[in-house]
Write a protein that binds this ligand. Structure first.
Ligand code: PLP
Length: 375
């Protein structure tokens, strides 16, 4: 009998939504260069612009301000580069994704870190203090929801502080989109970044969305696509799938987030008593649980769960196969030994109660065998 397949790793990559697959497959049927003048090119252009509208609607922005990229990493890099001539320094929250942490220092000489509290939520007083001693205007990067803990950040409050200090604000909404409302105007963001494969679209597409009048230095040369902001032929099939996924993810937001929260809560209620759930006191994404079992290392746990047919992650899974201590948990003050056991379960549109039960059962077995080993 083959092992069941219980997919609980939506924060690494969501299952492809059927509507996204249909849009992707349809776009693959015909030539796909939207810059061509002929009928086939115009058809590709129509698919591209429909998707642009859908992505814009998903973040309550204007379609003309959506710049398609290959994913959130490229969108993050593009935002850093576009803001650089205006911003004199970069302030990163301590829990930003590697896309910003690794590329930030390549673009900015002056990079500062704004700390988070023990629940992985930015410390607004500390942010205010960092802003006060940083040359203005700065670019502040604060994600809307953390990929590891799911902790939702007080972005609108951070934006108010940023504005007081004349700063620009870059909001990474890659994990938030489709799980909480994302409104570029309400967040008062200068830049928002999103990713197709996190929301149930195909990999290979993402977007940088600009507030009206956001500074944008053109840094890349090429064929002038995306109003010259991101040259290179657009990946129309992936973008068409991305647009379809966005339309579903946002139309079903309220009902779906309540359903996912119930699955996540049922999963956590079934965890062994000794399990530690990280960011438990924070407002968290409906679908995410990051936890550790005493005495269980993440590498071992991942293999054991995989043998049980349950796919989960160990904290950040951005570079698959590599299990390393989480920078996010370190920033929260979690001890290294405990951080090394962190496992992330994340549910999504195709998850159901049976998945939550199967995942909890597999984790409970893991906990029991660790206790036996320790005895
Ligand atoms: N930002 C966050 C919060 C993420 O979780 C990820 C992916 O894990 C990224 C950015 C990068 O996204 P992409 O894989 O589309 O480059």
């Amino acid at each position: 009998m083959s092992a069941p397949f219980v997919y609980c790793d939506y924060n690494a990559g969501a299952m492809l939504r059927p509507a996204a697959r249909d849009a992707l497959m349809e776009a693959l049927q015909s030539p796909r260069n939207p810059s061509s003048i002929h009928a086939a090119g115009r058809r590709a252009r129509a698919l591209l612009e429909d998707a642009r509208e859908a992505v814009a609607r998903a973040v309550e922005a204007q379609a003309a301000n959506v710049v398609f990229t290959s994913g959130a990493t490229e969108a993050a890099h593009l935002a850093l580069e576009a803001a650089r001539p205006t911003a004199r320094a970069l302030i990163l929250s301590a829990i930003e994704h590697e896309a910003l942490f690794a590329h930030g220092p390549r673009v900015f000489d002056d990079v500062r870190i704004a700390p988070v509290n023990a629940d992985g939520v930015i410390d607004l007083a500390a942010l205010d203090a960092v802003l006060a001693r940083t040359p203005a205007p700065a670019l502040v990067a604060l994600m809307l929801a953390n990929n590891e803990t799911g902790a939702i950040q007080p972005v609108a409050e951070a934006a108010a502080l940023a504005r007081q200090h004349g700063a620009l604000l870059l909001v990474d909404a890659a994990q938030a989109l489709g799980r909480v409302r994302v409104s570029l105007p309400d967040l008062d963001a200068t830049y928002v970044i999103v990713s197709s494969h996190k929301v149930g679209g195909p990999p290979g597409a993402g977007a940088l969305i600009l507030a009206p009048g956001a500074p944008f230095a053109i840094t890349r040369a090429g064929g002038g696509q995306e109003q010259g902001r991101r040259p290179g032929t657009e990946n129309v099939p992936a973008i068409a799938g991305f647009g379809a996924a966005c339309a579903y993810a946002t139309a079903e937001l309220d009902a779906e987030s309540a359903r996912l929260a119930a699955l996540r809560d049922a999963f956590e209620a079934a965890l062994p008593n000794e399990a530690v759930v990280f960011a438990r006191n924070a407002s968290r994404l409906c679908n995410t649980s990051l936890f550790a079992l005493p005495g269980v290392r993440a590498e071992t746990a991942l293999i054991r769960l995989d043998l049980d047919g349950v796919c989960v992650s160990s904290g950040a899974a951005c570079s698959s196969g590599k299990v390393r201590a989480s920078r996010v948990l370190a920033a929260m003050g979690v001890e290294k030994a405990q951080a090394e056991g962190a496992l992330r379960v994340s549910f999504g549109w195709a998850s159901d109660e049976a998945d939550a039960r199967a995942a909890a059962g597999a984790v409970a077995r893991l906990g029991r065998s660790a206790l036996k080993g320790a005895a």
